[in-house]
Structure formats: C-alpha cells, structure tokens
Design a protein around this ligand. Structure first.
Ligand code: URA
Length: 233
C-alpha cells in the first residue's frame, strides 16, 4: 500500500495531507526517514510519524441475519448441514455471536470483532435477548411464577425470566420471553422445567436491536448507530 494511503488508513488525515507529512520528512518506515511518495508499506512494516508508531485502523464487519430454521450456527458442519454462513455472502471471516439451535430462527449477529462478541455474550453485561415462543397447551399462573423467579433443569440453574402471555390459539400459547444469560437451549430447558414443550422459537431482539424488517434468510450490515449502541453496552 502506498505510504499516503497507509497513513490515512491509520486515521491521521486525508491522503493528500498525509503526502505532505511524508514530504516534510516527518515519517519513518522501519526506522528510516522516507520522503518518497512512491514508498510502499506492508502490514509488517513499522511506521512512525513524529516519533509515534502508527497502525492501520482495522475495519470490522458487523452483520445481522434473520436465521431461518434448518441451519446450524457454526462456520462449518461435519454432517454437511447448512450453516448460517450459507446465507451471509461476505469476503470477511465473520463468526456468529452466540448460538441459536438448528430449529430456532431469528436475530443472529455475526462479526469479526471478538471483543464486541464477548461483550454481547458475557452474562455479566446482562444484555437482554427476547424470544417469541409457542408452547403446546396452556400455561398456569403458578408455572409463570416459577419462570419469573428462576428454574432448574438438568442440574442447570436459570435466572428469572421476563415472561408475557401474548395469545392462545389452536391449542398453543404464544409467549414473549426475555433472558440475559445465553445458556445452551435456555428457553427450551426453562419451559421444560415447568413441563412445557416448545413448538416454535424465534429470537426477536438483542438489547435494542430488532430483527424486524428482514425476511427469513436475509441479512444486512449493521448501521453505524447500531454498532455504537452495541459498543456502549
Ligand atoms: N434458547 C433455546 O432453547 N434455543 C435457542 O436456540 C435459543 C435460546
């Protein structure tokens, strides 16, 4: 990469202004002053401006996918099943943030920003994940109360969940469930703990980010304000 493009990519200034830095003799590459604008630099070169090391600002990729059911939340699958990356066609190596089950649909974030992925997933940050859930049959007040005060299933404890009953139709109850932990099979296990079987599961939001607007299998880049929001968590 040409030296002025490199310096600009470090966030110093426009390419034109960075040319001036070179011409003014303020730039060193691998300890040697350079004034030739035709100088090329690579990732492994050490670049200084006025005695301060500078590095390229990495541009990270942040994506939202409306995961359909029938695919795994991994980058490859030894059983040859579809993965979420079959839907997201980008050159950058992005990874799913957390996991949704094979038969779960909805909001999945993908990024190459490992730090941000950890922020979103770490239970300490209590990022709310909201699911639209359908269960077979009805749910009693006593069962709702248990879910709202925390349940245990298969030796695993689940923190209190926010649960709202939305509807009852064709023998199924529709619920909205909000959790903060992100444990494996969290929603299914919590409901199983009160004897309920989940027939439909969709993650509708992560914090303030909502999947609405994307059809099943569709994806989009996050907007700058959405990235800023996630970074503020
Ligand atoms: N809880 C589950 O049980 N499954 C998911 O895919 C997500 C949350």
């Amino acid at each position: 990469m040409r030296i002025n493009k490199y310096l600009s990519g470090c966030g110093l200034d426009s390419r034109r202004k960075c040319e001036q830095l070179v011409l003014d003799g303020r730039v060193k590459v691998n300890g040697k002053k350079v004034t030739d604008l035709a100088t090329d630099v690579n990732d492994y070169d050490i670049v200084e401006v006025d005695g301060h090391y500078v590095t390229l600002k990495e541009k990270k990729t942040y994506i939202m996918l409306n995961k359909p059911k029938g695919c795994v939340t991994t980058v490859s699958d030894d059983k040859g099943r579809k993965t979420v990356l079959d839907f997201v066609k980008v050159k950058t190596r992005v990874y799913p943030v957390g996991r949704l089950d094979y038969d779960t649909e909805g909001l999945l974030l993908l990024t190459d920003d490992g730090d941000l992925a950890n922020v979103i997933m770490h239970p300490r940050n209590a990022v709310k994940k909201t699911y639209s859930v359908r269960i077979e049959g009805e749910i009693s007040d006593a069962e709702l109360k248990k879910l709202r005060s925390g349940v245990e299933f298969g030796g695993v404890k689940y923190s209190p969940a926010e649960v709202k009953v939305v509807d009852f139709e064709k023998g199924e109850t529709k619920l909205t469930v909000t959790v903060v932990e992100g444990k494996n099979h969290e929603i299914k296990n919590m409901l199983e703990a009160v004897g309920k079987s989940v027939s439909f599961l969709k993650r509708v939001s992560i914090g303030d980010l909502k999947v609405g607007g994307l059809k099943r299998g569709e994806w989009r880049y996050l907007k700058p304000e959405e990235i800023a929001y996630l970074k503020s968590l």
